[in-house]
Ligand binder design. Sequence first.
Ligand SMILES: Cc1cc2nc3c(=O)[nH]c(=O)nc-3n(C[C@H](O)[C@H](O)[C@H](O)COP(=O)(O)O)c2cc1C
Length: 199
Amino acid sequence: MHGGVDRGIEREEYGMKVLVAYASRHGSTRGIAERVAEVLAAAGQSVESRAVEDVDDLAGYDAFVIGGAVYMFHWLKPMSRFLRRNREVLAERPVWLFSSGPLGTEMTDAQGRDVLEVSGAKEAEEVEAAIHPCGHRMFFGAYSTGKPVGLMERFVARMPAARDAMPEGDFRDWDAIEAWAGDIARELEGSAASDAPRP
Ligand SMILES: Cc1cc2nc3c(=O)[nH]c(=O)nc-3n(C[C@H](O)[C@H](O)[C@H](O)COP(=O)(O)O)c2cc1C
């Protein structure tokens, strides 16, 4: 992964305008995005947090954090559409991606593989090659069978084997999320400082 925070930033004032955009079906990915936005705001960045469906124009933003829930090894469609539609702009700006998904407390699967590495969206590799994000993190997610959406979720809610593979609960690792957002804040701050006009 490569890229940098000094790409294509055009602004007159000190400080970045950052968009945290998310694609979430049941709200847990939105929660991660909102926490990232809070950390960035607390660090002095100017931040907006929106669902990808509600973002029309990227022109006013200097940097992006974009996160999507993963279902059946794919990002939710609005996430993929957003990334595809905006790939040229995103390739010229600092972008951090995150995915949310794995459920449970096990760090490895039955084959001993890191669940954070093997649960992601199949299209991620292609997107990374196109926009060269500064980073892409996978976070544990959250799941409840309470209000299934669509056939697959109804099926999972009824199948005991599927229920074992997808334990209910909120497994979001807020320490990891906040630490990651803190790293982004520091990178943005460093790049804004180096871009600021010299006295
Ligand atoms: C039917 C179904 C399929 C899922 N598939 C995946 C998957 O392929 N990879 C993954 O990491 N998580 C998977 N998950 C877990 C979700 O990504 C997780 O619950 C996530 O936090 C949901 O985000 P949301 O609340 O923003 O919709 C799946 C969940 C369900 C119900």
